[in-house]
Design a protein around this ligand. Sequence first.
Ligand SMILES: Nc1nc2c(ncn2[C@@H]2O[C@H](COP(=O)(O)OP(=O)(O)OP(=O)(O)O)[C@@H](O)[C@H]2O)c(=O)[nH]1
Ligand SMILES: [Mg+2]
Length: 229
Amino acid sequence: MGFKLKALVVVSSGLVLGVCTYAAYRTWKKRQNSADDEGFEDVSKLEESLEKKVLVLGLEGSGKSTLVSQIVKEVGQKSIASNTLYKPTEGFNVTSLSDGGSPTVNIWEIGGKESVRRYWPKFFQDTDILVFVVDASNNSNQSVVVSEIKSLLGDARLASVPILVLANKQDMVGALNAEQISNVLDLKSIPSRSHQVKVLETQTRPETNEIHQTVLEVRKVLLKLSSHM
Ligand SMILES: Nc1nc2c(ncn2[C@@H]2O[C@H](COP(=O)(O)OP(=O)(O)OP(=O)(O)O)[C@@H](O)[C@H]2O)c(=O)[nH]1
Ligand SMILES: [Mg+2]
């Protein structure tokens, strides 16, 4: 299908180092933009709009890394990772996705362990789309999910950002479907004027050597949302 995909940066070791790297990157980017702006304000604005930031959050083990690694693979590509060993993300990973046109979608996946969640707000700025991954087969931590989503919704930096909630691990017996996840997380109470919310059922552990249809759907939605911003 001709998807042109490229890894941008991958930083996943050492959270504090990671956050510092990110802060330094933002400062550099800001300086670069203001330098670029001199006399070329409109061009610079146009360039900015060619990159979108997708922030992927969710509790530990919900499937964020697995999802992102598949989203950025070529469509039809064989031999997707069959390694199901859980390796928690200690910091963050950034990957870039493009369908060959614009915009380029930079996907920021931040670790979901409690010790890492404290740093989530450091990554809120400039988010265009929020993806929140939920392990729909795990009923024991739903109250933590609810409180994390509440604090995200309360942050001004994420005001009006569209939210894609993924009810993941649909292959597991007893996994809640999209409607049930929406009820448990009280997503219907989010006013549509503040956030556009969409819930999708996903399965990021592949059954075959092909990327699961639900993951392809997520990629499609992200590219579509990004191109309409
Ligand atoms: N059954 C099942 N397991 C999955 C699915 N997606 C991911 N997993 C497994 O869940 C575990 C955690 O997946 P990760 O993608 O590392 O989770 P994460 O959200 O990145 O976790 P943190 O980095 O700690 O925040 C791994 O063992 C995956 O193989 C799924 O759809 N179904
Ligand atoms: Mg991870």
